[in-house]
Design a protein around this ligand. Structure first.
Ligand code: NDP
Length: 402
């Protein structure tokens, strides 16, 4: 018996709901809550049509309000909350977890609404309180962050005696047929990719202009794609948890069309996160922009192509010899759509969130405190990735290009 509560009925929440329902013997009681009840009901209906079984229960909640969350947790009594709302809600949900004795899992670290800055410090500050309460919090359990941390932990456990260089490479070679759309929440996405670049080298952070470092990298089954060094949140925990890393970077592909739109959006002030007065009403330009952009959760139908995300690692193998290693997954947007009605980016995030929840309820990833995914045993998670739709592949002693 396990009772779980999903918060957030967007693209990722849709996938999590489908994948939890497919595992009816592991997750026996599922509730989906979000700001808009109608979205939860539509997802519950779609899941029921596909998987049958017990229908997912639904509820309305404003997850910015801890008192509303506490009332919901008392009514639902979940063992675990899967937070796939927005990063702004992480702390209010963690507060409610502490108040009600509920365990916690998310896919993105906390970001203050008025500052585009993601850091683990706010959530790591909950470590002692979760530990004292005997509760587990699993942070960043999507694909990146998430699977990329598990891949790194797996490489450290099985292949390397010393990992020296880590490059996380994230390619979306999909085509959704729109002039401009983001693959997950547009507000969070644009805040992320317009930040200055930042990577780890010889014990310190090196800062760059946004998209300053770029080069073509070859992705399996896809070929060369221009890839840009951007800052990504898992770098912060990975360099702490694997201190032998001399350099750690994150590369993401962007098409020229996407970058041109982004530049225009920034230049005309539509990426602003501070409120402005419009017709006597305060609006935040980036939030208004989100309202007119395509909904990422609905891009799936005409989305072709695939994603390829992995870790390229070099260092010394278990015999002290030089080793280069690449572990990755490719995910086709159309396969994701057929299974869950969403595109590959929602899918590659939602499947690992479900697996993390499975690890927790099966007692495999359960210890009091606040943890990043690489602090748990990667093996059972890696095994499930192969079974749950995100199979991985390993290449040894190849040219990593980096
Ligand atoms: P969406 O915008 O599609 O969905 C977010 C959902 O959260 C919406 O249903 C929204 O409600 C709900 N929500 C927002 N604010 C509140 C609130 N105050 N109270 C209750 N519900 C709220 O986003 P995605 O599904 O694309 O992304 C979800 C999360 O996954 C994000 O945090 C994102 O950063 C993360 N992510 C992580 C990745 C990874 O690999 N680790 C990759 C991609 C995404 P409403 O419908 O009413 O607006």
């Amino acid at each position: 018996m396990s009772k779980v509560l999903i918060i957030g009925a967007g693209g990722v929440g849709t996938v999590v709901a489908h994948k939890l329902a497919q595992q009816a013997t592991v997750f026996t009681d599922i509730t989906l809550a979000s700001r808009t009840l109608a979205k939860c009901n539509a997802i519950a209906d779609a899941v029921h049509r596909k998987t049958g079984g017990n229908k997912i229960k639904t509820a309305q909640v404003d997850a910015d309000k801890t008192d509303e969350l506490i009332a919901l947790f008392k009514a639902v009594q979940p063992e675990l909350v899967i937070n796939v709302a927005l990063p702004y809600q992480d702390l209010s949900i963690m507060d409610a977890c502490l108040a009600c004795g509920v365990n916690y899992l998310d896919t993105a670290n906390y970001e203050p609404l008025d500052e585009a800055k993601f850091e683990y410090k706010w959530q790591w500050a909950y470590r002692e309180r979760f530990k004292e309460a005997g509760l587990t919090a699993i942070l960043g359990c999507g694909f990146d962050p998430g699977v990329t941390g598990v891949y790194t932990a797996y490489a450290a456990k099985h292949h390397f005696s010393e990992m020296q260089f880590l490059d996380i490479v994230d390619c979306n070679a999909g085509d959704h047929g729109k002039a401009f759309a983001t693959n997950f929440n547009p507000e969070i996405n644009i805040r992320e990719v317009t930040q200055p670049g930042k990577y780890w080298k010889d014990g310190q952070w090196i800062y760059t202009d946004p998209h300053e470092i770029h080069r073509a990298l070859n992705y399996p089954n896809i070929g060369p794609k221009e890839s840009y060094v951007i800052y990504h949140e898992e770098l912060e925990s990975l360099v702490k948890n694997f201190p032998s890393l001399q350099r750690a970077r994150f590369w993401m592909t962007f098409g020229q069309e996407y970058l041109t739109h982004l530049r225009v959006i920034q230049n005309i002030g539509m990426a602003r996160i501070d409120p402005i007065l419009y017709n006597g009403v305060e609006i935040v330009p980036i939030q208004f922009l989100k309202a007119v952009l395509p909904n990422p959760g609905e891009l799936g139908e005409n989305y072709t192509g695939e994603t390829s995300i992995g870790c390229r690692i070099s260092g010394l193998d278990r015999n002290g010899q030089k080793l280069t290693y690449y572990v990755y997954n490719n995910c086709k947007h159309q396969d994701a759509y057929k299974e869950t009605g969403t595109q590959g980016v929602s899918y590659t995030t939602g499947v690992p969130a479900m697996i993390g929840a499975m690890m927790f309820v099966q007692g495999l990833w359960k210890k009091p405190g606040v943890f990043n995914v690489e602090e748990f045993d990667p093996d059972p998670f890696m095994e499930q990735l192969n079974k749950q739709g995100l199979p991985w592949h390993e290449l040894f002693n190849i040219d990593l290009e980096l």
